[in-house]
Every structure is written in C-alpha cells, then in structure tokens.
Design a protein around this ligand. Structure first.
Ligand code: ZN
Length: 450
C-alpha cells in the first residue's frame, strides 16, 4: 500500500485540464492538453509578439501534430529577453499588472524584464495555493521571508495563495537580521517558514535559533538552488520537514515543488511544458539524462515564452515518484551551466558540487568563491563565513577534505594544476547577499590578481 499521499498538484492539474474521475488522468491525457495549449500559445505569439513573429517567420504556421514537433522551433535565450523585452509583449501595456526587473550578469542588453497580466498572476496564486497545501494545514501560520511589499511580488502572491487555504501568511521579507527574523517567527507563532536557503540557515545557526525547535513544522526553501546539505541541517536543527521549490520569474515565479516523498520536484505541467536538452547538440535527451531545462509557457497571456533556455541543469527521473503521481519528477538541479567551471584537464565542476561539499562540512553559514591563475596554476579561493570562528581550523580541515573529494578538483590538485585556499569571511555575508545567486568569480582570462 502506498503510504505517501499523492502530490495535490495532480488533482489540481486534472481539474485544470478538464479531467475528472479516478484515476483522473494519464500521461496521454496530459500530453493532449499540453499540445492544444501549446498550439494556442504559438498562435497567440505569432499574432501578437513582434519577436516571435520575426523568429517564427520561416516556419510553418500549421498547428504542431505532436509535442515532439516543438523541437523544430528555435529557442528563446535570456539575451533575447534582455535585448528587447517589449518585443515579447502580446497584450497592450495597460493590461500589464506587474513588471519584474532582474539584474543579469550577461553582456548583452540591459536588465531582464518580465511582464505579467492580472490573469498571469492569478495562475501563480493558484499554484501557490495548491502547492503550499503539501506543507501546511488550515489554521496554520507561515512567515514569508521573501520580498512581498509590492503588489504582485512573490511574497504578496504567496500570501494570497495561502489565504485560500485558510492559512495566515505574514510577510517579513528577506532576512536582514537573523535574530529579528527569529523573533518575528516566535511572535507570529509561525508553523512554517518560506525563504532563501542561506538566510533560513542563518536563523537556524543563530544562538537564539533553538527557540524555533518544535514550533516550526515545515520549511520551504526557494529562490536559489537548494543544497541537500542545507535542508539536512535545518531538519536537524528544528526537527521539521524541509521541502524544495524550483522556479524562476520566467516560469511565472513558481515552477515545481516537492511532494511528501521529498525526493524531487513536480512541475505545474498544466502551465509549463518542460524539455531537457543536451546543451551541446541542442537535442532533447531521454529521462534520466542530465541536460538543460527548457520551458515553454502554456497559459500565459502577457509575455509567453517558447523554448526558453533556463541555463539550469537537471534530469527527469526515470522511475515514478513514490507518491504515485503521473506528473514527472525533476531530479536534483545541479545549478546553472554558466555557474560551472573547468579546472586542470578541462574537468568541470558546478557551484552545486561546492555547495554540497561546503555546507555539508557543518558550521558553515555561507561562502564566496573565486578562481584566478598564477604561473599557469589555477588558484581556487573559498571565503567561508562560519558560526564559530574559534573553531575555524577544524571547519577548514573538513571543508578541504570535502572539496578535494570532488573528482574535478581532487584530480587537478593531484596533477599540480590547481591549488585551493580557504579564508574566513564576515558572518554577516549570509544575509547581505540578499536574493542574489552565488556565482564563481573567474578572473583567469582577465589575468587579474587580487
Ligand atoms: Zn511525488
């Protein structure tokens, strides 16, 4: 007997695609719905978006016959969106209820801007409503440690979704001061926290963080790549269940969330069509193979995206989830392709590899990483913020062992092509980085030596 409840996203998806009964849908029902929704979206963007009208001009306007036909259409890149965001718009600007501006590290264009109509935002609220029912029960309280002051911001939409579950949301905003956030959680009698991994970790590691043990029953980690090592440390600190959310603004702020099995995220497949492609050949890869996540929006009006390359690397799992859903399960997100780096004999490691090694060493609050070169030897420098600076030597030893155990780094060090330096950093770093994603600062090509 299956002891785990099926993700509530399944029944929700059934309703959204117009299916009822038990079992309410199979993959073929879902694929049929997705194909119709995709063809509607393609017709919408061809008619209304100058970017896609131009981009698809050489392709047949006939509706696609199967989802695999999508592979003939060109991709959309982050650079396309940065270069001319308004050319993606499919409705008049007065229908736009929310603009999200994202600073990018890219070289082309300005910041990335994403536009949402009121109806687009409603889709996100609906996802948050059903997605959060995995974590909380009616009558509970959630402290929201995400930006939420502006109407249509992620925290405000989450608050709205929670209200539909009869759950009280309290928007605190990102953690500036861990002690103040702990007090806010105690004061609000919060049962659940939703926040950014290193910021929630800073609360758990604070000397007063123990006050939340037993009170906090569940945590949702979002916004950034979520290291397993941080989820495990929060579980140990508070005895709570820790869930991951994977998503980005381009997906409509919400994307995929773990179920009770907590071994991979299920997407909102009625709103998003997800492909995994080989970033080298650009061809779709089979389930079980790691590749780049590519999304097409199926229900968005204001600024639909077709085959948007997220830059995030992951795989769909081959085996069905233990919760028994027909929805696909996304494996560990290994971080961004441009967040990976080659050392020594061109072996590649990801920032997510470092995250697991470093946060798994315990006592670590956050870290920064940079790489430069001297006399043709690469130098990897890790600036580590720890809970207890007095015991830094012990922590440094554990970190060094864990980092050298990563094949790319261990091999390059053994070959004399890489040295690893570990330094202390200010412990306030964990909260000062805000919602920014961690990146490896690669100074090798510019030959700048700090
Ligand atoms: Zn599941």
């Amino acid at each position: 007997m299956n002891a785990l409840p099926v993700t509530p996203l399944e029944a929700w998806t059934c309703r959204k695609i117009g299916r009822v009964g038990d079992p309410c849908m199979n993959r073929r029902d879902l694929a049929r719905y997705q194909l119709d929704a995709l063809n509607r979206t393609l017709a919408h963007v061809r008619r209304n978006s100058p970017h896609y009208r131009r981009r698809f001009s050489g392709f047949s306007p006939e509706p696609l016959k199967s989802l695999s036909d999508l592979a003939v259409l060109p991709f959309t890149s982050a650079e396309d969106v940065c270069r001319d965001p308004l050319s993606f718009l499919c409705v008049s600007q007065d229908r736009i209820a929310r603009v999200v501006t994202l600073e990018t590290s890219g070289t082309t264009g300005g910041p990335k801007r994403l536009f949402f109509t009121e109806e687009d935002l409603e889709l996100t609220v609906d996802f948050f409503h059903h997605g959060m029912s995995i974590l909380v029960d009616p009558g509970q309280r959630v402290l929201i440690l995400l930006p939420g002051n502006l109407p249509g911001s992620v925290g405000a939409l989450l608050d709205k979704g929670l209200a539909r579950l009869s759950v009280q949301g309290i928007v605190h905003g990102p953690v500036q001061d861990p002690q103040a956030a702990i007090h806010a959680a105690v004061e609000a009698q919060a049962d659940c926290l939703v926040g950014i991994p290193v910021q929630v970790l800073a609360m758990a590691c604070h000397e007063q963080g123990g006050a939340l043990a037993g009170q906090i029953k569940s945590v949702l980690l979002s916004t950034d790549y979520v290291p397993d090592a941080i989820a495990a440390r929060l579980h140990r600190a508070w005895g709570c269940r820790v869930f991951k959310h994977y998503g980005m603004t381009e997906m409509g702020l919400g994307g995929a969330v773990e179920c009770a099995a907590r071994s991979g995220c299920h997407f909102r497949e009625a709103d998003l069509l997800v492909e995994i492609i080989d970033p080298g050949t650009l061809q779709p890869v089979p389930d079980g193979t790691v590749g780049e996540i590519v999304v097409s929006t199926l229900t968005r009006e204001g600024m639909p995206l077709i085959r948007y390359r997220t830059g995030d690397m992951s795989a769909f799992m081959v085996d069905p989830c233990r919760c028994g859903t027909v929805l696909k399960t996304l494996g560990t997100v290994r971080g961004r392709l441009d967040g990976s780096i080659k050392v020594g004999h061109r072996k590649r490691f990801y920032i997510s590899d470092l995250d697991e090694a470093i946060f798994g060493a315990g006592d670590v609050l956050d870290y920064h990483v940079g790489i430069d070169a001297a006399d043709s030897i690469d130098r990897l420098t890790l600036w580590i913020a720890v809970v207890n600076p007095v015991r830094f030597a012990e922590t440094e030893y554990r970190i060094r062992s864990a980092v050298l155990a990563l094949p790319a780094i261990g091999t390059a060090v053994a070959d004399g092509r890489l040295t690893v330096f570990i330094r202390t950093a200010d412990r306030r770093m964990a909260v000062s980085t805000g919602t920014g994603k961690r990146r490896i600062r690669d100074l090798r090509e510019r030959q700048v030596y700090p």
